[in-house]
Design a protein around this ligand. Structure first.
Ligand code: ZN
Length: 295
């Protein structure tokens, strides 16, 4: 699921901030969007989030879900962008195709938006013939977009977008905590005994009902969180880099505690000094929103 060539990313910023904004808006009040989020959480959708320390983090999965929704919505407009050498008489394509071309996933559009057969004359207009389908263009776009998610190129696009949006959102501890809090609701009270036969493997991830096992964060996750939080306690701002072993596991706090349905996920970690960590215990508290300036 992750874009290949994993150490370096080339950003194109295609709808990156729009998608980040949608993710943030939904995370601020997930209950207002429960219907939209159903695809992610009903029918055992939560199972994908359970395995420990996936590089394809909870946020990556969430971003793909939202980005897909935004691209699929383009049939409503339809949103269209000009394409071709003639700026006066361009062909029109959908943003999904433009995005895939921007990322170098495809060389040419897969779909051209057809002309409106009514010439834009409303169907009931006296000059119209009354027979043309007023939804012809919308439907054509819809049918294309309906097939698109079955293609590898689209999966590649979602992976690229997820990596980019993750990059700009990973510093936002409060948004990450909200995401993890939202997911924890589905875990809380989740009993391994509900697993179907084929998911029985997942039982061993659990310490008990609604509680995942404590598993040491891998070095890549510790490094990411250490650099994001600049080696400082996110609570009292004390410098942890000189005081302790940089990669001491004890300083990596689960923002949403495992005991409260938290995930073993890089997006659920923050740096805390021992004192702040002890004081926090197994309570859920809002992570700090103070950051050191770049300069
Ligand atoms: Zn502290």
């Amino acid at each position: 699921m992750r874009a290949k060539n994993s150490e370096w990313l080339t950003h194109e910023y295609f709808r990156t901030y729009r998608i980040a904004n949608a993710v943030d808006t939904i995370m601020r009040d997930p209950f207002a969007y429960l219907r939209e989020l159903e695809g992610l959480t009903v029918d055992d959708g939560i199972i994908d989030f359970l395995p420990h320390w996936q590089k394809d983090s909870a946020l990556h999965k969430f971003i793909r879900f939202i980005a897909d929704d935004i691209f699929m919505d383009d049939s409503h407009g339809p949103s269209r962008v000009p394409y071709g050498p003639d700026p006066v008489h361009p062909q029109w394509i959908l943003p999904a195709d433009l995005a895939m071309m921007n990322y170098g996933i495809i060389d040419e559009p897969l779909f051209f938006i057809p002309d409106d057969p009514s010439g834009g004359v409303p169907v009931n207009h006296p000059e119209g013939d009354g027979n043309t389908d007023p939804y012809f263009v919308q439907n054509a776009c819809y049918h294309y977009l309906e097939r698109l998610p079955l293609l590898q190129v689209y999966e590649d696009l979602m992976a690229r977008i997820a990596d980019e949006v993750f990059f700009v959102m990973f510093t936002n501890r409060r948004a990450l905590a909200s995401l993890n809090k939202f997911l924890s609701m589905y875990l809380d009270g989740f009993s391994p005994e509900y697993f179907t036969e084929e998911d029985k493997e997942l039982t061993k991830l659990f310490a008990g009902e609604g509680e995942l096992k404590r598993v040491r964060p891998p070095i890549w996750a510790r490094r990411a969180v250490f650099y994001r939080d600049r080696g400082r306690c996110t609570g009292c701002r004390v410098n942890l880099s000189g005081l302790i072993d940089t990669f001491d596991v004890a300083n990596y706090d689960h923002m949403i505690p495992l005991a409260r349905g938290g995930l073993n996920d890089v997006t659920n970690l923050q740096l805390l000094c021992e004192r702040c960590n002890k004081r926090k215990g197994d309570r859920i508290h809002i992570p700090s929103n103070h950051y050191r300036r770049w300069y």
